[in-house]
Design a protein around this ligand. Structure first.
Ligand SMILES: [Zn+2]
Ligand SMILES: [Zn+2]
Length: 347
């Protein structure tokens, strides 16, 4: 059996703002405008078109047209990193396809943290009765039953107060190389020991909304430096001075929380002393994780333009720029890539 990740889309919430153009996104291609989403697929090597199972991670704008274009099958299950529109708008279409296929007698399996589920159900209350939800607990390995042999662990991230329960997802299992899908994040909320788990990953897909820091956008940036300089951006320093670890943790804490959630964050608060110690950029994160292949997705670029007067980039420019930045920081070279929509990456 082979397992691969297919890119169903790689765009942020608003890849091309109306009345604008963006060199990264082709305006007439639905695939190009599709929100970031992935299918993890298993298939026999001899018959790659015959999929044994497929699990989708996030489904936003144009995810379903992309699924129709690439094989047109109903995924066995969906996993959600968080419940922002560009990650969930396609869920209804997938769930209804399954519900009709099974003559309205079978609930669709969906995995996420409880806080993501609550936010999702507020957006789509009518789906509550036709989805079978499995809760992901932070740092706890869960079997995705529909795959038979793949496990997922949700690791909390901070992505603003509106992204309650947001998590990066770590996949592992027999016959596949471990992989990380970051979802959207400003910073990960990992305990020190989680870095040992995560650095087993061979591949990571990471939110690259911004090249340069803008913590108030609730997205990480690629580098902490100012454009063309070695100094750290003031925006990061201001953020570190104005926030607390407790504030980062708050979107994960609820009144009737599972005790293991509180326990996870007690450990997190013990491990880290201040917000500035937590990695806030892709370069810092990968310095700790040392993942050999990192795919950049969810590129927006408009914050770089507003804050730093930096031009928007196309795919080739972004890839080249990212690898040059890494080189300047004496990190491994050429590990950063921009994936193509429809591209299959073997695990
Ligand atoms: Zn997003
Ligand atoms: Zn988001």
């Amino acid at each position: 059996m082979n397992v691969a990740i297919r890119i169903n889309g790689r765009a942020p919430a608003w890849p091309v703002l109306l009345e604008n153009e963006h060199p990264f996104y082709a305006p007439y291609s639905p695939g190009s405008l599709a929100s970031v989403s992935y299918s993890i697929l298993a298939y026999e090597e001899s018959v790659p078109e015959n999929k044994l199972w497929e699990t989708v991670v996030d489904a936003g704008h144009n995810t379903v047209p992309s699924l129709i274009q690439h094989g047109n099958r109903i995924p066995e299950t969906i996993l959600l990193t968080h419940a922002h529109n560009d990650h969930v708008l396609g869920v209804d279409w997938i769930v209804q396809s399954y519900y009709f296929k099974h003559r309205k007698s079978k609930k669709y399996p969906l995995y996420s943290t409880k806080e993501v589920w609550y936010s999702f159900i507020q957006l789509f209350p009518y789906l509550q009765d036709i989805i079978a939800h499995t809760e992901l607990l932070p740092g706890r390995k869960t079997l995705i039953k529909e795959t038979g042999n793949m496990f997922v662990t949700a690791f909390p991230v901070y992505h603003g107060e509106s992204a309650r329960g947001a998590s990066m997802l770590f996949f592992e299992g027999e016959g596949l190389q471990p992989a990380i899908i970051s979802g959207d994040l400003l910073c990960p909320l990992l305990r020190k020991k989680d870095y040992q788990t995560l650095n087993r990953a061979r591949v990571m897909f990471v939110d690259t909304n911004n090249r340069y820091p803008d913590p108030l956008s609730n997205h990480t940036s690629f580098t902490s430096r100012l454009p063309g300089k070695k100094e750290k951006a003031d925006k990061l320093t201001m953020w570190f001075n104005s926030t607390s670890l407790k504030r980062l943790v708050d979107p994960h804490i609820c009144s009737n929380c599972h005790t293991s959630i509180r326990h996870y964050f007690d450990e997190f608060m013990t491990d880290w002393k201040q917000v500035s110690d937590v990695p806030h950029t892709i370069l810092e994160l990968n310095k700790l994780l040392k993942i050999p292949e990192v795919y950049l997705v969810h590129y927006f670029g408009y914050y770089d333009r507003i804050n730093y007067s930096e031009d928007l980039m196309n795919t080739h420019m972004l890839e080249k720029w990212a690898n040059n930045c890494a080189k300047e920081m004496n990190m491994y070279e050429e590990i950063f890539k921009v994936p193509q929509v429809g591209e299959l990456i073997n695990l």
